[in-house]
Design a protein around this ligand. Structure first.
Ligand code: ZN
Length: 424
């Protein structure tokens, strides 16, 4: 008894009297900034300053120590991370390739991470590379913003086999953009290009800055019941969710900003809120049409979750004037869906149907001055039983090749109910 008491005292006195441990670092780089996230054992005091020759950012943390070595991979902004410990003060130095502006803040723990110190590095704002064709050019392409959900510090949902939603959404978004860019009159704008986080508001702002005609956010979320599977299309609801599942989904989705590392959204003033609501109503109507078109195209090849259509208060869909939808491509928590979402041939099938749906929407509701608006003025034919492509071509005095080109069709097979736009 006496012996064990002595042992306990010894251990107690040999523990360092440091309050904070720095446990590791993650670096995420996007086109506009690089984010360094330090994991801390608890909230910490720190001082940050920038130095020149060579350019570097210094972080001093009193009463702190490093728990693990800080290793980083090759990065476009950070050359290396150094550190030293003196009088219980930890100094971390980020050596930079060039002078950058730094911003830093602390984040409280959430479901995914504990206390964090976030440092954002960015150069002075570059002029926006805006697509000017929209106003000036006639017969312009429609622009479809493709947003891969989550990213960087925010992995999104995680499947049973360890698949991260942020990776699935990026792969699908890239494939979707490629398929869209193969369509005449349509052009994709990729919102997230790599593994980094963009806050919800920035996502639709990027779409607006580039005059997008449609915003599509790609997701693959989880549900606590692993049996639940299937895809769904969602649009914004300002009143309430269409179902408990939709409400739950929007709640978990909207948390992404805090996981990804965003402090607090600035509040809008009353006047801008009124204008915002007005223009959003018009966009809502278009969102509904576009989502319906994608939904009916997707259901031809993909299993839907229930009706596969819902509404909820998703922050990422709150663009005031760009019609927006969120596509849940499947439940990553369901082993079957998880497998499909990693299968290239499934992704190809899925993205083709989404593209067809988007295309059908734009033919129904073409924005003015677009190539599609010029096409949609022409006649269309709904394929009936017994129709063949050559029969339709001769009936309307055109050629098979011309019909195929107008409709971006590669095969000569037509299906009953298919809408064919006839060349002008
Ligand atoms: Zn998601």
């Amino acid at each position: 008894m006496k012996n064990s008491l002595i042992t306990i005292c010894l251990i107690y006195f040999t523990l360092p009297a440091l309050a904070v441990e720095v446990k590791g670092v993650r670096i995420w780089s996007g086109p506009d900034q690089t984010r360094a996230v330090f994991d801390l054992s608890e909230s910490a005091k720190y001082k940050l300053f920038e130095l020149d020759n060579p350019p570097r950012v210094v972080i001093d943390m009193p009463q702190s120590a490093l728990k693990n070595q800080l290793n980083i991979k090759k990065n476009k902004d950070i050359k290396k991370v150094r550190y030293s410990n003196r009088n219980d003060q930890l100094r971390i130095v980020l050596d930079l390739h060039q002078k950058l502006n730094s911003k830093s803040f602390l984040l409280k723990p959430n479901d995914t991470y504990g206390h964090r110190l976030v440092i954002d590095l960015s150069s002075d704002k570059k002029p926006l590379n805006k697509t000017v064709e929209k106003v000036t050019k006639k017969n312009r392409d429609v622009i479809i913003a493709i947003d891969a959900g989550h990213g960087g510090e925010d992995p999104g949902a995680i499947g049973a086999a360890g698949t991260k939603e942020k990776d699935v959404t990026l792969t699908i978004a890239k494939q979707l953009a490629q398929t869209i860019n193969q369509q005449k009159g349509m052009k994709a704008l990729i919102i997230r290009e790599g593994d980094y986080y963009i806050k919800h508001r920035k996502r639709f702002e990027k779409a607006r800055d580039h005059d997008a005609d449609l915003f599509v956010s790609i997701h693959a979320d989880a549900f606590h019941n692993r049996k639940v599977n299937g895809a769904s299309v969602y649009i914004l609801s300002q009143r309430g969710a269409s179902s408990e599942a939709a409400k739950w989904l929007a709640l978990s989705e909207n948390k992404a900003d805090s996981i990804g590392g965003v402090v607090i959204e600035d509040k809008q003033d009353v006047l801008s809120q009124v204008l915002y609501d007005l223009s959003q109503n018009a966009a809502m109507e278009e969102s509904h049409k576009a989502a319906q078109a994608v939904h009916s195209s997707m259901k031809k090849v993909v299993k839907l979750h229930g009706q596969g259509f819902g509404q909820a208060n998703f922050l990422v869909l709150k663009s005031p004037d760009v019609p927006s939808m969120l596509i849940e491509t499947g439940y990553i928590s369901n082993p079957g869906d998880e497998k499909n979402l990693k299968n290239p041939s499934h992704i190809k099938k899925l993205t083709k149907q989404i593209t067809d749906g988007i295309r059908n929407y734009f033919y129904q509701s073409p924005p003015p001055n677009t190539w599609i608006a010029a096409q949609a003025k022409g006649k269309k034919h709904i394929v009936q039983s017994g129709d063949t492509l050559s029969g339709i071509a001769s009936k309307f005095g055109t050629s098979i090749a011309a019909i195929k080109s107008t409709n971006n069709k590669s095969s000569n097979i037509v299906h009953i109910g298919e809408i064919l736009y006839l060349p002008n």
